[in-house]
Design a binder for this molecule. Structure first.
Ligand SMILES: O=C[C@H](O)[C@H](O)[C@H](O)COP(=O)(O)O
Length: 292
């Protein structure tokens, strides 16, 4: 495993050396890959077309999601891998790509789902399911995000699946984020304005809301759309969306919120992802990696 990822990183570094000219902060390389020359973090752009031409009927945002998902699956999934499969609309494209690779290349992989949704899709696509009881160590987890800041701190849980997603990604040797370009922010809250999702035990939601109010910002109990009452998570809990008022020290905030009795998990993913793929509307993919 380690050797494989080292090889991949080395491959990127070799690419960096063949730059021919600089445009818009990217070093444009002879092989169609370009890299950021300004950032301390490592940033690569894969130029279109990445997807087959048949994808031209997709909406531009969907092209971005699908390009990012395919790139991540193609780069990071190998034969005999245990793969954590995320939740949400972008993760669906990753699962579809996994199914295609299983069919075309005969890959043998087992999928650990992160929600009822991803478990259903894995089954529908004929992929093989496993769980953390059978495989507590996952080779790679590939999942979407609601927002990703410059430091690769994430907000997740827009679809209410944060707790199982965080458990699976914490068991993964490699956690890869896939998203369309709208999720790529300098600071949290720049593009995602719905707040940080927090999963809470139902009987504790009022005391938790009060404690969150003392931290500043506005905690809002997430209400269901096609059901009376609140959203119920896959774990039978409620979600409070904490609309924060300012950029914070997220590690401290995360620890503070997690210490409130009744809080199950927060949608802040800190120091978990090292690499993110952001799909652009033209089908190109920008990869960001935090250098360790
Ligand atoms: O609870 C949902 C998950 O955290 C999703 O991964 C996240 O909301 C991103 O979803 P989408 O890919 O649909 O934007």
């Amino acid at each position: 495993m380690d050797e494989m990822f080292t090889k991949a990183s080395n491959g990127f570094r070799e690419i960096r050396a063949v730059g021919v000219h600089v445009k818009n902060g990217f070093r444009i390389c002879t092989n169609g890959v370009s890299q950021d020359v300004n950032s301390s973090h490592f940033k690569t752009r894969y130029h279109p077309p990445f997807l087959p031409e048949s994808e031209s009927k997709l909406q531009p945002i969907e092209v971005g999601k699908k390009s990012a998902a395919w790139k991540a699956v193609d780069h990071h999934v190998m034969d005999n891998f245990i793969v954590g499969v995320g939740s949400g609309s972008t993760a669906v494209y990753a699962m579809e790509r996994l199914a295609l690779r299983v069919k075309e290349e005969g890959l043998k992989i087992l999928c650990v789902p992160t929600s009822f949704q991803s478990r259903q899709i894995v089954k529908q696509l004929g992929l093989s399911l496993t769980d953390l009881e059978e495989h507590p160590q996952v080779d790679v987890a590939i999942d979407g995000a609601d927002e990703v800041d410059y430091n690769m701190t994430l907000i997740k849980g827009g679809g209410g699946c944060l707790t199982q997603e965080k458990i699976v990604s914490s068991c993964s040797q490699n956690f890869i984020v896939i998203a369309d370009h709208r999720k790529d922010s300098k600071e949290l809250g720049q593009n995602w304005t719905k707040g940080i999702p927090i999963e809470v035990i139902p009987m504790a939601f009022v005391p938790v809301q009060r404690r969150l109010e003392k931290l500043g910002g506005t905690p809002v109990l997430r209400m269901a759309i096609a059901k009376a009452g609140p959203v119920i998570t896959d774990n039978g809990n409620f979600i409070i969306d904490w609309k924060f008022s300012e950029v914070r020290e997220w590690t401290v905030i995360n620890q503070t919120i997690k210490m409130i009795p009744g809080v199950v998990e927060t949608g802040l993913f800190i120091d978990m992802a090292k690499r993110a793929y952001f799909g652009q509307e033209d089908g190109s993919v920008i990869e960001k990696e935090i250098s360790m």
